[in-house]
Design a protein around this ligand. Structure first.
Ligand code: R5P
Length: 297
């Protein structure tokens, strides 16, 4: 087994490797015109290879992953698996009339580049249900680690409810609530081209609610969810979003609305940077979970 990892994924690489796994060496050279060349500094012949990285924007990340995979495949590796803790573009895995399907395209590109399968955690929507485009996308959900974390809240605050900000996180929400033995609610949220609408909430709510979603991008969905929940009587909020993209500053508005803590994971570099600066953002690591996927597949 040979593990290749990109910058920012050293902890994941160290966390999942055992004594039998070797770290693969590669280099990327940039020419004056901006073109890059990927070279392997290790023999990959007949080896099972793993790439740990991200395909999230900027597009150069996707391109570098594809190029590394192509180099590994062309040099005779037995297989190439991509381990991406945050699998970008899964929000675009279904296309409406007149739209392109970017996730489909990316899977096709990665397939051509030699990737045999993708491993990830909490992808968006149907990808979590096993939708794949010509090759396996294995995913596991982060329920067990977040439920463990939320157990602390429940031990001091018995009356809590788990509320999904979006239907895309329904299955995870149910599992978290079941594991904690607390009620749950799935908000009826519509993402329009220019606005996000959360339908009025009829149910009676406890004072403290835990709002969950697969990701916090700009934070707008969670802001709208928290506003609707406040109107329905909730007062205190803890947020859990598996993947923290933290784009722009808007998400900080959450702290003015009664949110005391945003819990997220170390799946993105941005989440690690934000948590380092702001102690209200708490990071839980996915490394242990990744090791389990690694051992299972
Ligand atoms: C929506 O389908 C997703 O589950 C998230 O709710 C959404 O993408 C988060 O984006 P933002 O933080 O920009 O509202």
């Amino acid at each position: 087994m040979l593990i290749f990892y990109f910058d920012g994924f050293e902890e994941f690489a160290k966390g999942i490797t055992d004594d039998d796994a070797e770290i693969g060496k590669f280099s990327i050279e940039t020419f004056p015109d901006g073109e890059t060349l990927t070279s392997l500094n290790i023999d990959v012949t007949d080896k099972e290879c793993v790439i740990i990285g991200t395909i999230e924007p900027p597009a150069s990340n996707l391109f570098e992953v594809a190029k590394l995979s192509e180099a590994i495949m062309r040099n005779g590796a037995k297989s190439v698996s991509l381990y991406a803790p945050y699998l970008a573009y899964t929000r675009q895995s279904e296309a409406g009339v007149g739209e392109g399907n970017t996730f489909h395209l990316i899977c096709a590109m990665l397939r051509v580049a030699g990737i045999d399968r993708i491993m990830t955690i909490d992808p968006h929507g149907k990808v979590a249900l096993g939708l794949s485009f010509g090759f396996p996308v294995h995913s596991v959900d982060s329920t067990s680690i977040i439920a463990k974390e939320l157990e602390n809240i429940r031990s001091t605050d018995k009356d809590i409810m788990i509320i999904s900000a979006d239907r895309g996180y329904t299955n995870n929400t149910k599992s978290i609530a079941e594991e904690l033995n607390v009620p749950y609610l799935i908000l009826d949220t519509t993402h329009g081209k220019t606005e996000i609408i959360v339908s009025p909430i009829e149910k009676s709510l406890p004072k403290h609610v835990v709002v969950v979603d697969d990701m916090i991008d700009t934070g707008r969905t969670l802001i709208m969810a928290v506003k609707a929940l406040k109107l329905a009587g909730a007062e205190r909020f803890t947020i859990y979003a598996t993947h923290g993209l933290f784009v722009g500053d808007e998400w900080q508005e959450l702290f003015n609305l009664g949110v005391s803590r945003i819990i997220t994971t170390d799946s993105t570099k941005k989440a690690r940077e934000v948590a380092e600066k702001d102690k209200r953002v708490q990071l839980i690591t996915l490394v242990g979970m990744f090791r389990k996927i690694f051992e299972r597949y």
